[in-house]
Ligand binder design. Structure first.
Ligand code: DAH
Length: 340
């Protein structure tokens, strides 16, 4: 093979490379020219047929040709790559001035909202916010609240019993006991939390719901103090003055015990379907702490007394937002939750 034919081969191959209009055409050209069975490889085999003194010069020529073609190939490839990239960028063009859909924002559950409002209110009145375990002992849930095993009041609360005599707390009242033991008198505390009852579920009964327990222990606490705090609490919840009344109610841990009613917020007294024509709605049980309860937690009832109340947070949320089925609250259905 002569030098001239090599030069010809180079010129033809350069032409071929430059003419490639796509990366595929270029790859085909590369295989033909630079590939293992390509034109240069074939020319390389000719070298063996040359006389030894001509081989070095021919080899140099071939190497030069290879370099030239490789450079040309790389240059063409770069330019085709850039073209492909800019075509892709054109195709994927985004209008960054279009308004974005905006992040989806969640919000607090209606019960959490009421709970936090009340925590803030009671903190401002000097109350500590306490927490207690949901798995309780019989002692804290019943005995220390003046409900011994033989007491019929145990049947008022259908209990989920656990192995080893423990239970799921049926009310937040056990946190009163823990508060008295830990902090002693004088004491102002509330305890919001989840409670459990072994009940069949319907529109107004859930096995899991929320209460907010409150307790104040000091010297010479009276029903007037209880009423003052309850009215302050209700004004904060309903954003207006609320008329209340006390009816006698029985709970072993208070004496006297009351049911506190509020004047119906819908009709204001004359009677409507919400208050079942009575003009009053039952809101929360409360009372003056039974001396036995104080004594069992190491507080001298001769020196201290107090009031306690148990607010149904779930019930309150239902009243405030007009929710007619308790099952919605823990159901997790977004169509319900997104309304708040
Ligand atoms: N723990 C009672 C219940 O869940 C509610 C209750 C009544 C709490 C009277 C109190 C109270 O603190 O004084 O049925």
């Amino acid at each position: 093979m002569s030098e001239d034919s090599i030069r010809e081969l180079v010129a033809g191959s350069l032409e071929r490379i430059r003419a490639a209009r796509t990366l595929e055409e270029l790859e085909a050209a590369r295989v033909e020219v630079l590939g293992r069975k390509g034109a240069l490889a074939i020319a390389g085999k000719e070298m063996g047929k040359l006389p030894p003194d001509a081989r070095a010069a021919f080899g140099k020529l071939l190497n030069g040709a290879k370099q030239t073609l490789e450079q040309s190939y790389e240059a063409r490839k770069r330019s085709l790559d850039e073209g492909a990239l800019s075509r892709r960028l054109d195709g994927e063009w985004l209008d960054l001035t279009l308004p974005a859909p905006g992040p989806r924002r969640g919000h607090l559950h209606p019960i959490t909202r009421i709970q936090r409002e009340l925590e803030e209110l009671f903190r401002s009145l000097g109350f500590a916010v306490l927490d207690g375990p949901e798995v309780e002992t019989e002692y804290y849930n019943f005995d220390a609240l003046n409900i011994p095993a033989t007491h019929p009041a145990r049947d008022m609360q259908d209990t989920f019993w656990l192995e080893g005599g423990n239970l799921l707390r049926t009310h937040t009242s056990p946190v009163q006991v823990r508060g008295m033991e830990r902090l002693g008198p004088p004491l102002r505390m509330i305890a919001p939390g989840r409670v459990f009852r072994n009940e069949s579920v319907d529109a107004s009964h859930e096995h899991t719901f929320y209460q907010l327990e409150g307790m104040m222990i000091d010297r010479d606490v009276s029903v007037a103090h209880l009423l003052y705090f309850m009215k302050t609490l209700l004004a904060a919840i309903f954003h207006r003055e609320v008329t209340v009344r006390l009816r006698p109610g029985y709970f072993p841990f208070v004496e006297p015990g009351f049911e506190l009613d509020i004047q119906c917020l819908i009709c204001g007294g004359p009677g409507c379907p919400v208050c079942k024509q009575s003009g009053w709605v039952e809101l929360l049980p409360c009372g003056l702490v039974n001396p036995n309860v104080l004594r069992m937690s190491g507080i001298d009832p001769g020196e201290w007394n107090g009031f306690a109340f148990g607010l149904g947070l779930t019930r309150l949320a239902m009243m405030r937002y007009g929710i007619d089925d308790i099952r919605h609250l823990q159901g997790g259905d977004l169509r319900f939750l997104e309304q708040f």
